[in-house]
Design a protein around this ligand. Structure first.
Ligand code: NDP
Length: 326
């Protein structure tokens, strides 16, 4: 029996609630593995879990994404073996730790060409980009898409993904520097939504028509403007709430705004099936090993400073991906 440093919360609240404890790590049961982490990914969902917006049963282990080496394999696990390099995003949380026992189904063999840091930076954010572009609504070459927080973790992957597939991505971001970064990564146009009316600018850019799809992870502050940026029959994908949860709204508004569609997806439905998760990961790895998508790890924090990592992410101080090092 070994012990591993593990980050938990005992109550919901600010970053100061993140607490490091030593936890015993046992042997994997049927369908499980034990993995020793090399790097851990930071994601906005962990802010929602920490504050209680997405409630967890307390006390709760934290963290949704990591990479490492498989140390032990339970009965019935056939896609991984001891010594394999691997990366994952999966439920239940618990990735902020040195080692853990966890369900194997969503753990994916990591190609040699992808580093542990890149693996930890890309599973949650990259698989999200995959389902947004390939599994949610038809999007073809030449289509216009509006993507909010385009210089963020999911954002910089989305910019590159769109460029690789010939999709015209308009990115919003909270500073001119962030807008420039989104353009460098493939956004064809950017809008600083702190200084400009983004819905008005989207109409100008698209010759009055609007975009076919909005991908909105910002939530409360952008929701209405997002609906006003869509073309007739357009699709609103509301997939996050960095500025706060979208309040209840009148579905009747979708008619006069142009017979709009709206969906509120979560990655964990898309990767809930083992075979589908492994296939999506293979397609994501292909995007990265082919050079079409590059991981931008712009910030790293040691595990002991995980609270500072949360402060930076919530404070809009980060760009691209953030990795917790061990
Ligand atoms: P980001 O790195 O994109 O960080 C969030 C960004 O949101 C900030 O950098 C900031 O960019 C922008 N933002 C706008 N308003 C605020 C605000 N009031 N407070 C804080 N940030 C704000 O995070 P992730 O890449 O981890 O995630 C992006 C979004 O996607 C999140 O909402 C996340 O929950 C969601 N998500 C949803 C998934 C799903 O399946 N439903 C899966 C993965 C992610 P700027 O300064 O440019 O405005």
């Amino acid at each position: 029996m070994t012990t591993a440093k593990t980050v938990i919360i005992e109550e919901f609240g600010g970053p100061e609630k993140l607490k490091i404890v030593d936890r015993e790590v046992g042997e994997p049961g049927p369908g499980q593995i034990r993995i020793r982490h090399k790097a851990i990914g930071l994601n906005f969902i962990e802010v929602y879990q920490r504050t209680g917006l997405y409630p967890l049963d307390l006390p709760a282990s934290m963290g949704m994404e990591a990479s490492g080496i498989v140390e032990a394999v339970g009965e019935g696990v056939t896609h991984l073996k001891v010594g394999d390099r691997a990366a994952y995003t999966s439920m239940p949380p618990g990735a902020y730790c040195e080692a853990r026992v966890m369900p194997a189904a969503q753990v994916c063999p990591l190609p040699e060409a992808i580093s542990f840091e890149e693996g930890a930076a890309m599973m949650l954010k990259g698989l999200t980009t995959h389902y947004l572009f390939r599994r949610t609504t038809p999007i073809e070459k030449g289509d216009w898409v509006l993507f909010h927080a385009a210089a963020g973790g999911v954002g910089l992957i989305a910019c590159q993904w769109a460029r690789a597939e010939g999709i015209n991505l308009i990115g919003t971001a909270g500073s001119d520097e962030k807008c420039a970064l989104a353009r460098e990564n493939g956004a064809v146009e950017t809008i600083n939504y702190r200084t400009e009316d983004f819905a008005k600018r989207v109409r100008e850019i698209t010759g009055g028509r609007g975009v076919k799809v909005v991908m909105d992870g910002v939530g409360k502050d952008t929701f209405e403007g997002s609906l006003d940026s869509l073309e007739e029959f357009g699709m609103m994908i509301s997939f996050g709430n960095a500025s706060g949860a979208v309040p209840p709204f009148n579905i009747g508004l979708l008619g006069p705004k142009g017979s709009l569609k709206i969906t509120r997806p979560t990655l964990y439905t898309h990767i809930g099936n083992h075979e589908r998760c492994q296939q999506m990961a293979k397609e994501l790895f292909e995007m990265v090993t082919s050079g079409k998508v590059k991981m931008h790890i712009e910030q790293t924090f040691p595990l002991e400073q995980v609270a500072d990592a949360h402060r930076a992410l919530e404070g809009r101080k980060t760009t691209g991906s953030t990795v917790i090092t061990l």
